[in-house]
Design a protein around this ligand. Sequence first.
Ligand SMILES: [Zn+2]
Length: 396
Amino acid sequence: MAKTLFKNAKLVSSDFKSSDHKMAFIVEDGRFSWIGAQNKIPKKQKFQKEFDLMNKLVLPSFIECHTHSVFAGSRAEEFELRNTGVSYLEIAARGGGILSTMKKTRDESAAKLVKKTQMHVDQFLKQGVSTLEIKSGYALDLKNEIKSLEVIKKLKGPRFVSTFLGAHALPPEFKTHAEYLDYLVETVLPVVKKKKLAERVDIFIEQKFFEKGPAEQFLKKAKQMGFQITIHANQLSLSGGVDLALQLNAQSADHSIYLTDDLIQKFSKSKTVAVLLPAADLYMKCAYPPARKLLDAGATVALATDFNPGSCPTQDLSLVGLLARLEMKMTLPEVFTAYTSSAAKALGIFQDEGDFSLGKRANFICTDADLSDFFYSAGATPDHFLFICGKAVRRN
Ligand SMILES: [Zn+2]
């Protein structure tokens, strides 16, 4: 077994409140097999490689747990229209909105989509992201939703978690949301399952979109088929999305802006993670979620970009963390936790990565910067090296 020794590390503590000089760790077949003090390195061991980290700060790499990175085209022009007061309905009437992305994504070749999406992936990788969740949901028919998920399988760099979000919007071929959900269950999900293209199923629950009743039937069927579930919940109203996520033990309820005290209490007693997306809230000019109340109640809170061409065209993790600190009163250690171990919990992979535990994937970044340099300057990630499974992936 290939063994690599990393020595002279300034290892960050599990609560991100301090760091310890003169630490060392051993990576065996991509996973941590020993972590301890520099002067306690097991003797009589042969290492295939040794890295002197020269007292750099070492911290877990980031997990980006909510993106819509597979799409064609851009909606930049719409942003200017929306910002100068043109209504969403008027934009849709002019051929804009999610259905314009749908049309472009359906028309795009798989090869071109791979190329474009890989550029987005590289942008995340540069910021120290070692695991990236990507949703389908901009094609809304069998052929092209499968095409989008197959694109994810062709990407390179971080570990990918694929999520099927066919229930993102109603495509023009269907008259009712219920009819479309039946089509997804009967025609699309079996193919996704057979081809092993996604582990998770997501749905956008909101009044006048997918409502709680039909969504519940859909998610129960998805669970029966062996999918994990996650929900776009309570972004615009008390839509019942969070209630359903908690009732069905979803991995996460994402957005979670509109919450009652009762829901916050229920969150804190559940394993469902509240994935908060403040950069989308900035673009949408809506309220920020009650992160402080969730954390104080003991709920698990993760952060992510929600990168997509409409409501959140930024991939900037620094901006997300900065907004969490400025607008949601999260402390810096809470932001780090939200972007590492809690994000791993949201994706159901915490047993495998997300912190420095023995047996977990050796995913980390090392840097000359201090912890306080992160999530401080929008658009700027401190210079660092990213290691995935103990291998140097890239320097930024
Ligand atoms: Zn989203």
